[in-house]
Design a protein around this ligand. Structure first.
Ligand code: ZN
Ligand code: ZN
Length: 366
């Protein structure tokens, strides 16, 4: 059994335990997770229909059907042609399944969702995350291997960037971002998992700064947050470094507070603990140092096929940690018009604690 089929069988058993009897997925990360089919949503209807028992069925445009059949373990691929539209394939299939409650992909296009609702007037509808998220948020061995490889590519890149030292001074943020993206590829990554952040000096105070034409100066704290993909799985880590010279006086203190907060949160990670408790571990260190108001985001987010997925590590979060969950721990302090500091690693919940996927130096000195 392939990992894709194994995941589908687990989702089916959740579906059986829920009050829904059909899962309908359009192209997206959850469709890939269950089938291995990597497709983009388009105006031509592509759907995976997963009943509680038996095998799933793909409905696919004739143009794509062969490619889909070759990529997946799902053997029932029913294709439709442009001149007829999907109705001759979809209608009998839905009549046969006659579901009472259907769970739709959370990011399905409204047009597809309305098509299904019109054809199933007696059914009720919910979100696929109800049954898929509890499975997707616990990574299996194949997924952990990919996440480790993506993290290793990011770590190797971070070492390259740090080793620039004074050579980074005088380059623009955008130029350094381009260098980072080239290094990520050369260390085995594919593309970028999200827009590369190089935020120098005051720009670091914006957690989602877009790398631009600011020139990196001696003494600038520079927030470096980037990621790549391996086999579809992301990496995401952040370091805040000073490439050369002495930073403003407050940087050393703020950096050490963030680093302590990050360590405290990672040390809190173990099965049975809530996501809210991990957030609290980081936030309480920052609050005690007087910067509570300047930690303006959640402590972390799940990571896997999506760079932001379940579970959220947020104040009051009630998800109970289980082995195999992967998320970021990334506290930060942002001082408007001055600078920002963020330190981020991905961690995996293990049987008795946490494994950090990112292992490079967390200090600010290059
Ligand atoms: Zn990040
Ligand atoms: Zn992140």
């Amino acid at each position: 059994m392939t990992p894709f089929e194994r995941r589908t069988r687990r989702v089916q058993s959740r579906l059986t335990d829920s009050d829904a009897d059909l899962l309908a997925l359009s192209p997206g990360r959850s469709l890939y997770y269950l089938t291995g089919v990597d497709a983009d949503p388009s105006d031509r209807l592509t759907l995976l229909l997963v009943p509680t028992e038996g095998d799933p069925t793909f409905v696919a445009p004739a143009l794509e059907a062969e490619r889909i059949a070759a990529a997946t373990w799902v053997t029932d691929v029913r294709s439709w042609r442009d001149e007829t539209g999907p109705a001759p394939v979809l209608d009998p299939l839905l009549a046969d399944l006659s579901p009472a409650r259907v769970l739709l992909a959370d990011r399905m296009w409204a047009a597809v969702s309305l098509t299904l609702r019109e054809r199933l007037p007696a059914a009720s509808f919910g979100l696929a995350s109800e049954v898929v998220t509890p499975i997707r948020r616990r990574k299996d061995e194949e997924e952990l291997d990919a996440l480790r490889a993506a993290a290793a590519a990011a770590d190797a890149t971070m070492r390259d960037v740090r080793s620039l030292g004074p050579d980074a001074v005088g380059r623009t943020e955008a130029d350094l971002a381009e260098y980072i993206e080239e290094r990520l590829e050369s260390h085995g990554g594919t593309g970028i998992a999200f827009e590369t952040i190089v935020a120098a000096g005051p720009n670091g105070a914006d957690p989602h700064h877009t790398s631009g034409d600011r020139v990196i100066e001696a003494g600038d704290p520079v927030v470096l947050d980037f990621g790549t993909c391996v086999d579809g799985y992301v990496s995401d880590q952040t370091r805040t470094v000073v490439f050369d010279g002495d930073p403003p006086a407050a940087v050393e203190e703020v950096h050490s507070v963030v680093r302590k907060a990050q360590t405290a949160a990672v040390e809190r990670v173990e099965p049975g603990v809530s996501t809210g408790a991990v957030d609290r571990a980081a936030r309480s260190v920052i609050e005690a140092a007087g910067y509570g108001e300047r930690f303006v985001h959640r402590t972390g987010h799940g990571a896997g096929l999506d760079v932001h997925e379940a579970p959220d590590v947020v104040a009051g979060g009630e998800v109970t940690l289980e082995p195999g969950m992967v998320f970021s721990v990334e506290p930060g302090i942002y001082l408007p018009d001055r600078f920002g500091v963020r330190i981020e690693d991905l961690v995996v919940v293990t049987a008795d604690g946490a494994e950090r996927l990112n292992r490079t130096d967390r200090g600010w000195r290059c």
